[in-house]
Write a protein that binds this ligand. Structure first.
Ligand code: SF4
Length: 448
């Protein structure tokens, strides 16, 4: 069996993902629309052994002929194979001795762990099987070339290769760690069900692979055992006691299926309440909507500020800031997470607008996400606005999976002029704003 760069990338994204890619029940897979961009990855997965062997042979011939540059190369042997965008010959320390350096073309120069390990894998193959002692690889992006030294990663790769082999062959299976990254994974429902069946610790918000390992070492192996653990006997320098208490409350809430109120607070009152949700198009680098539900004297109205293209973005933020300044001082603005204030600051900076109006908005703002995290425990796995509002009984009219899907809808409008998609994306934004109303009312009722 062949281990390819594709397997390496999957393993370091998530080891369960590698296992499921070959042995998961396909009818339980649900590809998130945003992942359809993964085409390039799956192409190499679908090449046959014979096709890969023939490409490796082609690269070997080019190396034997000392070709300086080999594009779209494949390197490897019967056990390992890696596709490399470009192999380039470089002389070492101005000597006559030259080596091939693997180069990967990417949009940005940052090598996250999966790419770091993919680069390490390519250097490992070149060093071990081609007598080509290279200890770095290059990412070529629009900002130029960035070199990455693999020295600190090589031993990890070598020690992980047997497990990668066993997972790919199906000789060994593993259980999922259900974390934030799972939200856009094609196996999210499958893994969430598996984790729920075993009451896995990673279903507790804030517990990831590392904390799970520490808890396991103290014989806390699932949600019920965490809910009833005696925390006073559990001293571990890797875990803060306040985090442990929080995890235990989460576990208790999940077991009892009930909310737990941790701290009360008094709420400011105001004549006007704004519930704001901002969406940006990360592909095209601009903010396309500032959505706002306005509640005044029990009357509720949704208003949106739109930028159909980057050229309209400045006009949009100016219109929004004018709208806010015309409200006077008796208002409160509610949002979910730190993203909204950050969007406002970025926009005024981008267009050299005065910062004062944004500072004023910040003084009138409350982050509902922070309030939930600090003061209320709900029997849910993640504290997204969608999960919280769903638990509170709110249903989105537009049945999108999440905000990432609304990015795709906006793309359909921006790139293909599909008005229906735009309407759906606006409708989703308006539901997000209404969900904030539900969340705020619950917080006031529970904490006052
Ligand atoms: S859902 Fe999560 S645990 Fe499962 S394969 Fe995907 S990333 Fe891994």
């Amino acid at each position: 069996m062949l281990i390819t760069h594709y397997d390496i990338r999957l393993f370091y994204k998530c080891s369960m993902l590698l296992y499921l890619s070959y042995h998961g029940p396909e009818d339980e897979m649900s590809v998130h629309p945003i992942l359809k961009t993964r085409k390039r990855d799956s192409q190499s997965k679908e090449l046959t052994f014979k096709q890969i062997a023939s490409r490796i042979k082609g690269t070997s011939i080019a190396i034997d002929n000392a070709k300086r540059v080999i594009n779209q190369s494949w390197i490897g042997n019967r056990s390992y194979a890696s596709k490399v965008d470009k192999l380039e010959q470089t002389n070492i320390n101005s000597s006559d001795f030259s080596i091939y350096v693997p180069t990967f073309f990417r949009n940005n120069a940052r090598a996250r762990k999966p790419l770091m390990m993919e680069g390490t894998f390519a250097t490992y193959i070149l060093s071990e099987f081609y007598d080509n002692p290279v200890n770095y690889f290059i990412i070529r992006s629009k900002n130029g070339d960035t070199e990455y030294d693999v020295e600190n990663y090589l031993s990890e790769l070598i020690s992980d290769l047997p497990l990668i082999y066993k997972l790919k062959s199906g000789e060994q299976s593993i259980s999922p760690n259900y974390t934030r990254g799972c939200r856009v994974c094609e196996w999210r429902y499958h893994c969430r069900n598996l984790a729920a069946d075993t009451l896995d610790l990673t279903l507790v918000s804030g517990i990831g692979k590392r904390v799970k390992k520490v808890l396991f070492s103290h014989d806390i192996t699932d949600i019920p055992s965490l809910a009833t653990a005696d925390l006073s006997t559990l001293k571990d320098e890797d875990l803060l006691s306040k985090d442990l208490e929080y995890f235990q409350l989460q576990a208790k809430s999940l077991m009892d299926k009930k909310a737990i109120i941790r701290k009360k607070m008094s709420f400011p009152t105001s004549q006007i309440e704004l519930f704001v949700d901002v969406e940006g198009s990360s592909h095209h680098d601009f903010v396309w909507i500032i959505g706002c539900v306005i509640r005044k004297n029990d009357e509720v109205e949704y208003k949106s500020f739109l930028a159909n293209s980057p050229e309209e973005e400045k006009e949009m933020i100016v219109a929004f800031l004018d709208f806010i300044s015309n409200l006077g001082d008796d208002y409160k603005l509610y949002h979910w997470s730190a993203a909204e204030p950050q969007y406002f600051t970025n926009l005024v900076d981008k267009y050299n607008l005065p910062r004062n109006p944004v500072h004023k908005i910040q003084n009138h703002s409350l982050d509902l996400f922070d309030i939930f995290k600090e003061k209320i425990i709900l029997p849910i796995y993640t504290y997204t606005l969608k999960d919280v509002a769903n638990w509170l009984g709110f249903k989105w009219n537009e049945p999108l999976t999440d905000g990432a899907t609304s990015i795709i809808l906006f793309d359909n409008w921006y790139l293909r002029n599909d008005r229906k998609s735009l309407e759906r994306a606006i409708s989703y934004n308006s539901d997000d704003c209404k969900a904030l109303v539900i969340a705020k009312d619950y917080v006031v009722k529970s904490l006052s």
